[in-house]
Design a protein around this ligand. Sequence first.
Ligand SMILES: Cc1cc2nc3c(=O)[nH]c(=O)nc-3n(C[C@H](O)[C@H](O)[C@H](O)COP(=O)(O)OP(=O)(O)OC[C@H]3O[C@@H](n4cnc5c(N)ncnc54)[C@H](O)[C@@H]3O)c2cc1C
Length: 446
Amino acid sequence: MEGYLSTLGTDALRDVPGLDDYDVVVVGGGPAGIAASTTAAELGHKTLLIERLAYPGGAAVSGMSGTICGLFLTAEEPAMAQPQQIVFGFAERFRAALEERKGVTRPQIYGKSWVVTHDCASYKRAATDLVRGAGVDALYHTQMIDVIVEDDALAGLVLHTKSGFTRVGARRVIDASGDADAVFKMGLHTTKGNNGVIQNPTMMFKMGNVDVQRYLDYWGEDTISPPKVVAILEARDELVRKKVWLFPTVNPGEVLVNATKIVGFDGRALDVTDPVDHTEAEQFAIYQARAFFDFLKEEIPGCEDAYFIDYGAEVGVRQTRSIDGIARLMNADVVETRKHPDAIARSSWPIELHYGAKPRTEWLVDDYYEVPFATLVPKEGRNVIVAGRCLSAEHEALASCRVTAQCFEYGRAAALATDLSLRENLAFQEIDGVEIAARMKAGGGL
Ligand SMILES: Cc1cc2nc3c(=O)[nH]c(=O)nc-3n(C[C@H](O)[C@H](O)[C@H](O)COP(=O)(O)OP(=O)(O)OC[C@H]3O[C@@H](n4cnc5c(N)ncnc54)[C@H](O)[C@@H]3O)c2cc1C
């Protein structure tokens, strides 16, 4: 990427005023960062959570991604089966916290699986309660913009706030930025999608005043568009995506819509780590979302009198940088449902690849794969571990393992590893993943 200075350099940072030092600094308050910071603080570590937005939630709230995927085992015919939950741990703790606040639906069918749809306001509240309850210090409206590295060890972070630059010392950093920002700034190797081409972002939106029963009678129980809707989408050139999904929420008459495919105005794939592309994504999304809303009003019974509630606060980003980890989750690990001795999470979620006209979905029926701990650990660089969608994974494997239930578990695993690293003075690369897997099991994860 040309035209941007990727790092300030340690000399320039010497005189930047500093905050207190922390045992653990978590960059990013998405599902992975919520789980990582809460768990680290509950284990007794002085923990700081840094978030560039105004609340924890990440793409699940700012991108209105809307549902917790990845909790259940897939089934050949979900309409004839009961959902079988296979992920517990922090993911279940968070789901239960949402349920307590009446902020989550019962399982809804999604192809050969199920999801639970959350209300974003309840999500923010549940996340805030957890983070505050654990005693995490949080700094919102604060962006990590650089790293302080001594030899190959991450020693602190440079932050940008409304009042200027500051820095914070950290014994360990959990990079839950989704974009591997800290790892990237350290100059460690990262990759992007399929030779640089990443999955399309999506601008989610919500509509109100839907006659939900009439729309369900027409659409069916499956939240994925039925063939008759796909046929209408295919006949309308202005709609660049030909398979969409709709989720009734906990609020009467409200439906969450995952329909857009965000590209440039000239149709090119965008790289949202480039601010020019990111801005174009946000602008294109405004028009695309309205086009899909118009389509739903015109074509789908029950939606005639709907109104447009709002867009997500920003386009939802599925993929940017992935780290080069000690282990890499391979496409074959997913399709062959491989298990690993250092497993930190199970997943039966399909490869849901947002690429081309229709998202491609490859199901793993009645089985699951496991994600190894070592996918969170960069091959090089000390004191940093990642959690969330920037873990080390091949392109299509990431299209499965990036969903929310698993991201919660990556966050918990990263915090358990950080605890061990601090208590036993171990580099992350020296940690025995089998021990983390055992701690995950003991905490009810697997
Ligand atoms: C459109 C869309 C729909 C989706 N639908 C679903 C779905 O229905 N169900 C599901 O389970 N999953 C869904 N996903 C996937 C899921 O939302 C994400 O994979 C998940 O949120 C990733 O969690 P994360 O914690 O790794 O990262 P994110 O959620 O991306 O969170 C990263 C956080 O870090 C913050 N941040 C980033 N950089 C910095 C920095 N330098 N300094 C400070 N803060 C920073 C960001 O503001 C953000 O809050 C969807 C994703 C998209 C994009």
